[in-house]
Structure formats: C-alpha cells, structure tokens
Design a protein around this ligand. Structure first.
Ligand code: NI
Length: 180
C-alpha cells in the first residue's frame, strides 16, 4: 500500500490549473490513481484530486457512499477514477451543505453548489464515462473538479460565519461530515 503526502493549503500546486491527462493512460498515472485511492481511504475522505498529492493533473478519485448520501437516486456513487472531468449543471437549483477538505484539515464550512449536474470524463481504460448526479454525489464531484482549477471550498463560501473547527462542529451538528 502506498500512502501519499497530502498537499496543504498554501502550496502553489493547489492554486494552479491542472494539466489534462494523456490517453491512453500511462502506467505512471495508473499507479498514481491507485495510490490516491489508498490515500483517500486512509485519510479518511470521500474524494481526492491529483493536485492534493502534488500532481498537477486533471485526475480525481471519489465515492459517495449510500449510507452517507441518503436514499436519493443519483446521490450515491461507487468508487470512481475520472480523468479530464467536465461538469454541466442540469438545473438552476443550488444547495448549501457542509464541506471539508483534506488540504484544509480541521475545518468545515457551508458551501453552495449546483444540486443537479451532468459530468463526463475518461476512465483509466480510456472509456468515456457520463453520469448525472445530485446531493452528496454532485457535491463531491464539484469539489474535486474545483481542485483541478485551483479553487478551494473556502472560495465558494458566501458567509464565513459558518466556518467551524471540526471539534466544535461535532458538538453542534447532528451528523458526521466528510472531507474531500
Ligand atoms: Ni478538497
């Protein structure tokens, strides 16, 4: 098992636009994706983008476990590796919910995201993948894709008053949170 060091806020790689991944996918990118999955699970988190492990590539890994996503169609997702992802909002509806980030440890804040999206990208096998998503699934994909454009969830917060230390958050919020 390979665990990678996670980039923390302040490192420039988190603020740069990441480069497209070449297809067919190299052995190095496959190895990177496998290590990112291990690192995400170990953290633990529900998503990780390559810039969060010092690699400026458009590569994300994520999942939206049904137990956390609620019983809503399209809100959960299996463990997924996606290259060169793109997002298209399918509705004007926005939803605000808590987010955390493995590159900003110890904090959580409320972030407004599109509630219903279409995303597409390329799998490690070079095949096109296209899915609709809502809820937690839509949120984690938008969070990870933001990382590829140098955007952190703090940039998306409309009101910094919700920014909370995890220890305080656990006292004052009803459910468990995720980091991505
Ligand atoms: Ni993050």
């Amino acid at each position: 098992m390979t665990l990678l060091k996670i980039t923390r806020m302040g490192h420039p790689v988190l603020r740069r636009r990441a480069e497209a991944v070449s297809v067919p996918v190299s052995a190095a990118v496959r190895t990177l994706a496998a290590a990112m999955i291990e690192t995400m699970k170990d953290a633990p988190g529900i998503g990780l983008a390559a810039p969060q492990v010092y690699e400026g590539l458009r590569l994300i890994v994520f999942h939206a476990p049904p137990a956390r996503a609620g019983d809503v169609p399209l809100a959960s997702a299996p463990l997924t590796v996606l290259l060169n992802p793109e997002i298209e909002p399918l509705s004007d509806t926005m939803a605000e919910d808590w987010e955390g980030c493995l590159s900003i440890p110890g904090l959580r804040g409320r972030v407004l995201r599109h509630d219903y999206i279409l995303y597409r990208g390329i799998t490690l096998d070079g095949e096109r993948l296209e899915r609709e998503a809502t809820g937690l699934h839509a949120r984690v994909v938008q969070h990870e894709c933001d990382h590829l454009d140098g955007i952190l969830y703090l940039d998306r917060m409309r009101d910094m008053a919700s920014l909370t230390f995890e220890s305080e958050w656990a006292h004052h919020q009803a459910r468990n949170g995720e980091s991505a």
